[in-house]
Design a protein around this ligand. Sequence first.
Ligand SMILES: [Zn+2]
Length: 332
Amino acid sequence: MTSYKELGLVNTREMFAKAVAGGYAIPAFNFNTLEQMQAIVQAAVETKSPVIMQVSKGARNYANGTILRYMAQGAVEYAKELGCENPQIVLHLDHGDSFELCKDCIDNGFSSVMIDGSALPYEENIALTKKVVEYAHKYDVTVEAELGVLAGVEDEVASEVSHYTKPEEVEDFSKRSGCDSLAISIGTSHGAYKFTPEQCTRDPKTGKLVPPPLAFDILHEIEKRLPGFPIVLHGSSSVPQDEVDTINAHGGKLPDAVGIPEEQLREASKSAVCKINIDSDSRLAMTAAIRKHFDEKPGDFDPRQYLKPARENMKKMYMHKIIDVLGSNDKL
Ligand SMILES: [Zn+2]
């Protein structure tokens, strides 16, 4: 058993309470690689932001759970080395799909886990979430649950259609499951293709897709029923069109990739939404920088030559999200 406290990590309880009260949201960035981790820590330190570093089941399979745990510990030490006296870093399991996986993460240094029972019947979702909460709380680990289903694809999580969260279920669910935060479905979606062209309108000037708006009425109804309770948005990458254009201009093929407009995420951040998940934007920033580099400098073959600009581009994106979208800067 390795407690996250030994690694210098924190759980989400205090950071969410402050974020809800302060009208901002904590960034939850997915990571699998050294360069992503470095960029996340640099961005968080330079902006003085708390940060959630999250790992999906797929990331654990890709990078190895033990390595990721030491990377999180390294992130804390690195943040201190960069001058942050009291880093607020969470290591979170994204989309845990079983009690066993959540337990394994809790036993191995995670400070927060998500149990995603959203595909299960309502009562089974409550029972599974409750089982994870009972184990997690023994070790002061916080638990995120999910009600409602997001469309899109994220690692092993895939659904063709979205089902909005039913506001009339949230009080009963949070009370009986004991979860610390709740991921809801109000029209965000996983991946870089969040909406089909049929679901969008097209900007007549740019020809780019304009996605349908988020269901703020559902969010506000949930806030009314659960005052002050931490709400989480998954699938909240914006799929920056300049990165998509760079990728497509340098041999890539991402036609009609579309995300959630940042103005809507900025508005959500001011509400009870206190955690916003961003994964695809990091993938796009990395890929755009690497494709551009390969195209312009075909003779380069030292990975540092192209991973350095990739890391810088991700850091720029993370800082932009923290300062201009979530408002979590200057909170340490
Ligand atoms: Zn998700």
